[in-house]
Design a protein around this ligand. Structure first.
Ligand SMILES: [Zn+2]
Ligand SMILES: [Zn+2]
Length: 375
């Protein structure tokens, strides 16, 4: 599927870094460095991460004879912004498949990982913003990297930058302004990402749009909760509530899809071919309308042709449509959402692959070891 491939295109800098570490591990270089226990632990962790990571076909280290696993988008992948409670001018950017576990690590409740946020008496941390809805882990890594390096990322035009130097732009308004810029970058815009603000102040800062960043439909992307301050574990309760709500909603959605498919044969309204997940072994990528009271089923590629905003054939960046229209209920569907859900339906209901969210619990970000710590 071209959409998935486009999302998976790796950011050169991250891949250069991964390749470098890969080489280092393959040639057993970490043995030389092993006098430093912290470095050795990091290297071992990285080697495990690389083995778990889905590399582009040409760069894959896996054996070619192994059957390829179906692509299933992660149920959740988020890039977050932390703010230190004792030092509110200090921020930290990271990414995770599990924001609850990650915040507990940052605040020292769980011992593994996140040693960078231990320092300088910054604990505890509040998770004040969470950008989510990424189609895969690599896309989240790219967003994380771009947010950390907004003074040089290719996703923000030089003329539009609000942070121009490595040491500049450290206020909340800058952090939030850069999210706005990234969400409007063609690459990330196509992913229909969502923002969760765990603080009214952060939400207001976003809406205020101090740097007058053009574009974007706020109502489509953003939601917020009022923060309940807590001295010990930051806003863990708020993040837990968010995760609970998110998981419940997804579960209900999958139950709805499963129920719809139980009826057996369905005719695709566009090509008139039958879709049958019960009596057939073929599980094409399909779309089931995610709006309430609508169960419209069709092939994903048939729906692709019904785009509301026909993508430009000459501009590669716009090959992916933003919106499509449900033929039955006439409501707009976000293409990125539909495409993502389609991989869940095919993987979990069709091929009975286990929920990918659980299999990704052990992954952590490698680039967080770098210079994303700011104060
Ligand atoms: Zn069709
Ligand atoms: Zn519909």
């Amino acid at each position: 599927m071209s959409a998935a491939r486009e999302f998976g295109k790796p950011d050169c800098k991250i891949w250069t870094k991964i390749k470098r570490v890969e080489r280092c591990i393959r040639s057993n270089d970490y043995e030389i460095e092993s006098k430093n226990p912290q470095f050795r632990t990091t290297q071992l962790k990285l080697s495990r991460k690389i083995q778990n990571m889905k590399l582009p076909r040409s760069q894959s280290m896996r054996s070619k004879t192994k059957p390829e696993k179906p692509h299933i988008a992660p149920k959740f992948y988020g890039v977050y912004l932390l703010r230190s409670i004792p030092k509110p001018g200090t921020f930290y950017i990271g990414s995770t498949p599990d924001p609850v576990r990650r915040l507990r690590q940052h605040n020292g409740e769980l011992t593994s990982g996140a040693y960078r946020t231990k320092r300088k008496g910054c604990r505890p941390w509040d998770m004040i913003m969470l950008v989510h809805g990424f189609p895969n882990k690599i896309a989240a890594l790219q967003f994380e990297h771009a947010w950390q390096h907004c003074y040089q990322t290719r996703h923000i035009d030089v003329s539009k930058r609000i942070t121009t130097t490595k040491t500049g732009g450290r206020s909340l308004a800058h952090k939030v302004g850069n999210v706005r810029l990234l969400l409007n970058a063609p690459f990330f815009k196509a992913m229909a990402l969502k923002i969760m603000c765990f603080d009214e102040v952060v939400y207001n800062t976003y809406v205020e749009n101090k740097f007058r960043v053009q574009g974007g439909d706020d109502s489509l992307f953003i939601e917020y909760v009022k923060m309940i301050p807590n001295k010990d574990d930051g806003n863990l309760k708020d993040v837990e509530d968010f995760k609970e709500k998110y998981t419940t909603r997804n579960k209900a959605l999958m139950e709805k899809f499963s129920k719809t498919l139980q009826h057996g044969e369905h005719e695709c309204p566009y090509c008139d071919e039958m879709i049958d997940y019960i009596n057939s072994d073929e599980f094409p990528y399909i779309s089931i309308c995610y709006h309430n009271d609508c169960e419209n089923i069709c092939h994903l590629m048939c729906l692709y042709k019904q785009t509301v905003d026909p993508p430009s054939r000459t501009n590669e960046k716009q090959l992916i449509p933003q919106k499509v229209k449900c033929q039955k209920c006439s409501r707009v569907l976000l293409w990125a959402e539909v495409a993502k859900i389609s991989t869940w339906i095919r993987g979990e209901i069709g091929l009975h692959e286990p929920d990918i969210m659980n299999s990704q619990q052990t992954t952590d970000m490698m680039i967080e070891e770098e210079d994303n710590f700011e104060d």
